[in-house]
Structures are given as structure tokens and as C-alpha cells.
Design a protein around this ligand. Structure first.
Ligand code: NAP
Length: 257
């Protein structure tokens, strides 16, 4: 008998978790992505499904129809809609769920962080800083800054943004990981005054914060959306593997006992 596990992905951890789960005996993984990126990074050891489920009802039906035994949400910490649907949908379909939420970056000595609750709040706060803004909030967040015509923006994203966008905008199409040296040179070269970012956590994009600290630049840090109340969560891929092994062991015992 094989156990079909749905991994909600779109992150490096999602891919790493998929490879680890697929190596467990009797486990088959379906790795799901939203399908927004033209050439997404994908795990090799899973069945891939692309595109939204159609909200909570669509996800609930999918979980039942596809015979999913467990869901692990390893989406990005800011993918709040998907996580909310995963919590409600898995509950409705009576399928066990775990959320993997990597820890955020901590503010350390020498940092000049200004926390804001949303991208809109970041755009509203820009007036208190200099003119030249380095935006690493993803292409979909650019609309929040479309009305900021007093600022010049450098947006770094994996794919090109689409309107609405600020008038004074340069786009750098790049995918991490980035180095402290590279980030420092980039910010110096573009005479950046302020960095706007999300607290994604993890090693791939942390270098910009070290570079900002070294250069004495302020950082507007957009807060993470909260996890839905009661959502069971762990911080690491290893904890998620252990959760699944425990779950399968308990289910086997209840089937044979
Ligand atoms: P979101 O706002 O929470 O999700 C919007 C909709 O996209 C969801 O309601 C769902 O559509 C679909 N969706 C999202 N993740 C999906 C997945 N893994 N599989 C299938 N459908 C998915 O998410 P987002 O912030 O737009 O992020 C989209 C994807 O990009 C996520 O997979 C996330 O891990 C990845 N990502 C996001 C960020 C970020 O900063 N937000 C950064 C890096 C990677 P339906 O309602 O139709 O089911």
C-alpha cells in the first residue's frame, strides 16, 4: 500500500522535503505549485501538479478525489491564502495537515529595521527615508508602490513585473542565493537609501540584510502574516519528515491493531 502525500510547495524547503519524503518506503509525493513562474525549480522525485485548486472547496475535493493521506504546507511564509485554504480544506476532508514555517530573520545589533504591517504601509512610510529604494518584495508586490512617484525603485524579482508599477523603476531579473559582497556592491552601485523587504527567513536571501547593516541603511521590514489559529506547525524539513513517519506508524498500528 502506498501513502500519497500532498506537498504545497514553491520554496527550496518544499523541494528538499519532497526528495526526503519520496525516499521513504511506501510514500508517493504530489508536489504542487501555483504555476506563476515560467521555469520553476522542481523536485525530481514527485508527481508535479501546477495551478490553483479553486479555493477551499476545490482543495477539499482534490484531497478526497486524489486519495491524499496527508498534506504538508511548505509554501512561502507570505503565501497566506494558500495556507488558510490548506488549514480549512484539510479539516473539511479529514486529512492530517502540517505547516512548515521557517523562522524569520532576527534583528541584530547594528540593524536599522522599521517594521510595517503590509506592503501598503511600507509604501506610505517611504516619505521618511531617502529617494532611492531597493525592493525585494517580489514582482506581485510592486503595485503597492505604483503611486510613489517621488521615489526611484530598483526591483529585484525572478520574472518581470506587470502594471500597475511606479514610473521610476529599474528591474533586475535574478534568482538567489546572493552573497554579502554582491549585495553590498549592488546597493552601493545604485546609491540605495532604503531597502524594503519581507521577513522570509532562510539562508538564500539573508545577505541583503547583512549588506544593509554594513552600509548603515534602513530596512522597511514587512511583517509576516500570522498562521491561522490552531495550525500545527514545525520549523524545519527534518521535523516534517519525523511528523510524517510518526503519522504513518500510528496509522499502520491502528489498521493492524
Ligand atoms: P497565495 O497568495 O497564498 O496564493 C494565491 C493562490 O495561488 C492560492 O489561493 C491558490 O489558488 C494558488 N496557490 C498558491 N500556492 C499554491 C501551491 N503551492 N499549489 C497550488 N496552488 C497554489 O500565494 P502567493 O503569495 O501568490 O504565492 C504563490 C506561490 O509562490 C506559493 O506556492 C509560494 O510558496 C510561492 N512563493 C511566494 C512568495 C511570496 O513572497 N508570497 C515567495 C516565494 C515563493 P487557489 O485558491 O485557486 O487554490
Amino acid at each position: 500500500m502506498s501513502w500519497r502525500v500532498l506537498v504545497l510547495g514553491g520554496t527550496a524547503e518544499g523541494r528538499r522535503l519532497t526528495e526526503k519524503l519520496a525516499a521513504l518506503p511506501g510514500v508517493e509525493v504530489v508536489y504542487s505549485i501555483a504555476g506563476r513562474v515560467a521555469a520553476p525549480a522542481l523536485p525530481t522525485a514527485a508527481r508535479i501538479r501546477v495551478g490553483g485548486f479553486g479555493g477551499v472547496d476545490g482543495l477539499t475535493s482534490y484531497l478526497r478525489d486524489a486519495g491524499i493521506a496527508a498534506v504538508i504546507d511548505v509554501t512561502h511564509p507570505y503565501a497566506a491564502l494558500m495556507t488558510a485554504a490548506a488549514v480549512t480544506g484539510s479539516n473539511a476532508a479529514a486529512v492530517p495537515l502540517l505547516v512548515v514555517r521557517r523562522p524569520g530573520w532576527p534583528e541584530t545589533d547594528g540593524d536599522d529595521w522599521h517594521r510595517v504591517p503590509s506592503l501598503a504601509a511600507a509604501a506610505a512610510a517611504l516619505g521618511g527615508f531617502g529617494e532611492r529604494v531597493f525592493l525585494t518584495t517580489g514582482r506581485s508586490g510592486i503595485a503597492a508602490f505604483a503611486g510613489s512617484d517621488r521615489h526611484w525603485f530598483l526591483l529585484r524579482s525572478i520574472e518581470a513585473p506587470s502594471p500597475p508599477m511606479p514610473v521610476r523603476l529599474d528591474v533586475l531579473l535574478e534568482r538567489g542565493p546572493f552573497t554579502v559582497e554582491g549585495e553590498t556592491a549592488l546597493m552601493r552601485g545604485h546609491r540605495i537609501d532604503v531597502v524594503v523587504t519581507k521577513n522570509s527567513g532562510g539562508p538564500l536571501a539573508a545577505a541583503k540584510l547583512v549588506a544593509a547593516r554594513h552600509l548603515g541603511l534602513p530596512v522597511l521590514m514587512v511583517d509576516r502574516p500570522p498562521l491561522p489559529p490552531g495550525a500545527p506547525a514545525v520549523a524545519t524539513v527534518e521535523d516534517a519528515v519525523a511528523w510524517l513517519i510518526r503519522l504513518l506508524g500510528a496509522t499502520d498500528r491502528s489498521c493492524t491493531g
